[in-house]
Design a protein around this ligand. Structure first.
Ligand code: FDA
Length: 306
């Protein structure tokens, strides 16, 4: 219930202004977002790579209806990839990027979104690394998978994201479990209706296990994105049938860092999803929605400052 309320709020302009101007927000946000600038992103990436983890970087922004903004986002990714390559961080794909198509025009001009995504994929290829297309709410799934298919014609390493809360996802996993296909499996972070998505946590988890089994049995490259200890343990069990380096675990920046280090120390590939930029509101609200304790932490820090 609380999750649904916060997710609804994550798309409210009025609440956005309140949260963005709250006295302590920056300090609280920094737990999940290491900074706003390109330098902040490169610095945090360097630290993670030095600690033995891989990284996928998200230049924050989503749901734009403005062509100039979409262009600026694509430009920011191209600049980021250049900086990462210059710093030697893209070697062996240690650092790659995650892109939300809604940040590059998907909502109003799919062809424009494809053009921008193509430019970002080309910059990633020039830098020796890859792009993963984040998955957003269910109204965008078909469009995103369609654009993925087009991008993969020239950039076969482009990664997909599938969300286990959607009823359709087990079938999508079967379609995408092909040779070399990079697929990130997550639970899903948006407010979705019962007509398309499982509503109970247990059903979402069971679906995650079914999807994970499909991906881990196939010839693709599964990217298991979860902090859930039970699902990580099942993933490790399924991984016994595979060579290390043919799959990876993924977690968000600032969440379960000790577990990230533990898995990396055991020789697992662990990739951290690292967001940066000014447009942190939607991302931050989804992190609050995932864990009631985060809301309490946020409200307490507000109370202590006021
Ligand atoms: P769950 O929410 O059950 O959490 C399990 C445990 O992890 C919790 O008990 C807690 O210990 C810890 N935890 C989880 N979230 C936390 C938080 N916010 N703060 C503190 N602790 C937390 N979604 C999407 O719709 N599209 C996408 O493209 C992506 N991309 C993506 C990339 C990566 C690398 C990750 C890890 C996740 C995503 N997600 C996503 C988000 C995903 O769908 C999901 O909302 C979160 O990962 C939380 O789900 P868990 O699997 O971690 O389980």
């Amino acid at each position: 219930m609380l999750r649904q309320v916060i997710l609804a709020a994550s798309r409210s302009g009025a609440l956005r202004r309140v949260v963005e101007h709250a006295p302590v927000t920056k300090q609280v946000v920094n737990r999940f977002v290491p900074g706003a600038s390109l330098d902040d992103a490169v610095h945090a990436t360097t630290e993670l790579v030095t600690s033995g983890r891989a990284v996928t970087i998200d230049y924050l922004g989503e749901d734009t209806l403005d062509a100039t903004q979409a262009q600026a986002t694509a430009d920011a990714y191209v600049a980021l990839l250049g900086r990462l390559a210059d710093a030697g961080l893209t070697r062996q794909g240690r650092a790659e990027v995650s892109v939300k198509l809604s940040a590059v025009g998907q909502a109003f001009d799919e062809a424009m979104a494809l053009d921008h995504a193509t430019r970002i994929c080309q910059a990633a290829a020039d830098a020796g690394t890859t792009v993963t297309l984040d998955m957003e709410d269910h109204t965008t799934t078909d469009s995103t998978l369609d654009i993925l298919g087009k991008l993969r014609q020239d950039f076969p390493g482009t990664g997909a994201v599938l969300q286990s809360y959607l009823h359709r996802t087990e079938a999508d996993c079967r379609d995408l479990a092909t040779e070399g296909s990079r697929v990130r499996l997550c639970k899903g972070a948006y407010k979705e209706p019962a007509s398309v998505a499982f509503q109970g946590a247990k059903d979402v988890d069971r679906s995650y296990v079914r999807c994970m089994k499909v991906l881990m049995a196939g010839p693709g490259y599964p990217m298991l994105a979860t902090h859930d200890p039970r699902l990580v343990a099942i993933g490790l069990d399924l991984a016994k049938e595979r060579a290390k380096g043919t799959y990876e675990f993924q977690m968000l920046y600032g969440i379960r860092p000790t577990e990230q280090e533990r898995l990396a120390a055991e020789g697992e590939t662990v990739r951290v999803y690292l967001p940066y930029g000014d447009e942190w509101y939607g991302y931050f609200m989804r992190r609050l929605a995932e864990r009631p304790a985060n809301v309490t932490f946020f409200l307490r820090s507000l109370a202590s400052k006021s």
